[in-house]
Design a protein around this ligand. Structure first.
Ligand code: ZN
Length: 423
């Protein structure tokens, strides 16, 4: 699934209609949730049917105005929240299970259309919403890429409201695949506060400057907002300013992270990272920390995405002991967070703390992979017709490890012959 986004331009009156549509979408979602709470045991299909009931209810005349598939899409969102909650309960996730909540209408809101209720002009520069809200035609900004795809590949169209305007997202049913030239490099990455990451070859990427700058301007905008009277026009303006600042930092972060992730994937044949659960990390109110936390989880998502696109395996390893173990001999060397250098008391190995951790991460990933391959190689030999469903290994990598596995056997036979050791 590819997502393209374009800003839409219309009149103030049209924007007010979009606001109505967004409010209605949220209303349907919250109503569907209420229905589930009041009637235990209903499923996703029931919620879909309930949309029709809502639309026919004369008390809520606005629901009928929203396209029927858009109504159902909002009920599906409610159902997704319910399913996520049930999954968390089944898997016994520690802490809060995320019982679905009613949502407030915020600046950031979206409503989703499927294959009807909207129409693109033949030159793909205008979009018209054709349901009973009658929002009319909007000019699209930034849809050059849309020309490459057939209209019937556009499976979903989302209207998104942000602090700086209204956007349309097109979800395109297209799987992106690109060729990867083997580089002979394998990288382990250790993320940290002092640097954005340190890799297993000792290279460090600094935290981008916008993190600091963004932190300052966000703080100032938040302070200004807190000084304005509740309900006043100035408060509304200050809120919008803060929202725009957030958007700016978010976009800078995304730009940085996407380029970096693409670069990392293209320059290596395997990438190992720590399986950090943001949920498990200590919640910290320090702003710079929270911004970099967000950057890391986004970085990981994009690494995994580009890993699929370029068929480069991205392995997440459990984060235990990666910074404590010695990458040279494996001895556990206890150190506190402030201790920046790894100094092994067993083998005398001295290395930067993060560099040592990055090598450990790579080593753990390789041992996990080889264990998985042992299992799958065994299985494929028994059942050759079955498709190999190990998603960690890309197509370019498949043939190599099997060859690699046989070699050691031959070598060991030879070495036995040479050295004449029995057994
Ligand atoms: Zn050591």
């Amino acid at each position: 699934m590819l997502v393209y986004e374009a800003k839409i331009k219309g009149t103030e009156a049209q924007y007010r209609i979009l606001d109505e549509m967004l409010r209605t979408g949220l209303f349907v979602r919250n109503k569907a949730l209420r229905y589930w709470m009041d009637n235990p045991g209903v499923n996703g299909m029931d919620l879909n049917k309930y949309c029709k009931v809502l639309a026919d209810n004369p008390e809520f005349p606005w629901v009928k105005k929203l396209n029927s598939m858009a109504r159902q899409a909002m009920a599906e969102r409610a159902w997704l929240a319910i399913v996520r909650f049930f999954d968390n309960c089944k898997q016994k996730v520690a802490g809060k299970k995320g019982y679905p909540k009613f949502k407030k209408l915020l600046t950031r809101a979206s409503v989703e259309y499927k294959t009807c209720g909207w129409k693109l002009s033949s030159d793909r520069r205008y979009i018209t919403f054709t349901d009973k809200f009658g929002a009319g035609t909007f000019r699209l900004w930034g849809t050059r890429d849309l020309h490459f795809y057939q209209i019937d590949l556009l499976k979903r169209v989302r209207i998104v409201r942000r602090s700086d305007g209204y956007y349309v997202q097109f979800c395109i049913n297209h799987e992106r695949k690109e060729t990867h030239e083997l580089t002979g490099r394998m990288l382990g990455l250790d993320v940290g506060l002092n640097h954005f990451y340190t890799d297993s070859e000792g290279n460090q990427i600094e935290n981008p400057r916008f993190l600091r700058q963004g932190e300052k301007s966000l703080k100032r905008a938040a302070r200004q907002l807190s000084r304005k009277n509740i309900g006043s026009k100035n408060r509304k303006k200050a809120k919008n300013r803060l929202g725009r600042k957030h958007l700016k930092v978010e976009r800078q972060r995304k730009d940085f992270v996407v380029k970096l992730a693409r670069c990392v994937i293209q320059s290596s044949d395997l990438v190992a990272i720590e399986d950090l659960q943001v949920k498990n990390m200590v919640k910290n109110h320090h702003l710079a920390k929270s911004i970099s936390d967000a950057s890391w989880s986004m970085f990981r998502q994009w690494l995994e995405y580009f890993g699929q696109v370029f068929a480069v395996p991205v392995v997440a390893v459990p984060p235990n002991y990666t910074s404590q173990d010695c990458s040279n001999c494996g001895t556990v060397v206890k150190k506190t967070l402030s201790n920046r250098t790894h100094q092994c008391h067993h083998c005398g190995h001295i290395q930067d703390r993060d560099w040592n951790a990055a090598i450990n991460i790579l080593n753990i990933a390789l041992s996990i992979l080889s264990k998985m391959l042992e299992n799958t190689v065994g299985q494929t030999e028994i059942n050759a017709s079955r498709e190999n469903d190990l998603c960690l290994v890309g197509s370019t990598q498949l043939s190599k490890p099997t060859r690699g596995k046989r070699k050691p056997k031959e070598q060991s036979l030879e070495s036995r012959a040479i050295f004449g050791t029995p057994n």
